[in-house]
Design a binder for this molecule. Structure first.
Ligand SMILES: [Zn+2]
Length: 240
């Protein structure tokens, strides 16, 4: 009887795995924005459990603040666990409503902080997803890769200065992200960027909080479906 229970167990496991995920490759990027402390305390141990690495999008002007990542955590994530660190302006300013001199200062000094700490400094994520051509001209003086906040389909060769992003919102569950990944695969998109911010049980008014159980379920789904998780920098080198 033992083999029957084994067979049933195997069937149950295989039912959980999406059979539609076939040979065409859809890379997954996991990004974390805005240096929430829970990225290190809650999300990082789960990432380690599955052997995943992320792109850590930070505002270097507020690192070490209350409930924020510290420099030593940011450095550990990149130097010991091979995460990518990315710029996001010093203080998360909205580019489109700020004087251009401030935009220039915030972008340049954020980039310089990354560089001075020996961290990756080739990727920039638009704060609040907003920028015009004038801002792009400044960003591209320092960075090679730009992540927007647009949930767009991405095909190779990718435009490394206009990368899409699917942001996890507080009222989502893991099912929303699973459906988006499945859609990306069915559409033969070469890449899907999943964006997280805060990973805590209580959203506490934050619009982009992911509960730890949902975060775990999403990582397990990516792992169970053998999807390869890479950083933005790696994706740009591989697919552009
Ligand atoms: Zn942000």
């Amino acid at each position: 009887m033992k083999w029957i229970s084994l067979l049933i167990a195997l069937l149950l496991v295989s039912c959980e795995i999406i059979t539609e995920l076939g040979p065409e490759k859809t890379y997954v990027i996991i990004s974390f924005d805005d240096q929430h402390e829970s990225i290190y305390s809650t999300a990082f141990p789960v990432m380690e459990e599955y052997g995943f690495r992320a792109t850590n999008v930070i505002n270097t002007g507020v690192i070490g603040g209350e409930n924020k990542l510290t420099w030593s955590q940011v450095e550990e994530l990149e130097f010991e666990h091979d995460w990518e660190t990315a710029g996001h302006t010093l203080h998360h300013i909205t580019l489109t409503t700020s004087p251009i001199e401030l935009v220039e200062y915030e972008i340049y000094h954020d980039w310089l902080n990354l560089k001075d700490h020996g961290l990756s400094h080739s990727t920039f994520a638009l704060p609040s997803g907003k920028a015009n051509q004038e801002h792009y001209d400044i960003i591209l003086q320092y960075y090679h890769n730009v992540r927007t906040s647009q949930n767009i389909a991405t095909y190779a060769p990718i435009d490394r200065t206009d990368l899409g992003y699917y942001v996890y919102l507080t009222d989502y569950t893991a099912e929303n992200v699973k459906a988006r990944i499945l859609q990306a695969h069915q559409n033969k998109e070469c890449l899907i960027v999943i964006g997280f911010h805060r990973v805590l049980e209580d959203a506490d008014g934050h619009p982009t909080n992911c509960k730890p159980d949902d975060f775990y379920e999403i990582m397990k789904f990516i792992y169970d479906n053998n999807l390869e998780v890479i950083t933005i920098k790696e994706a740009c080198e591989l697919l552009s």
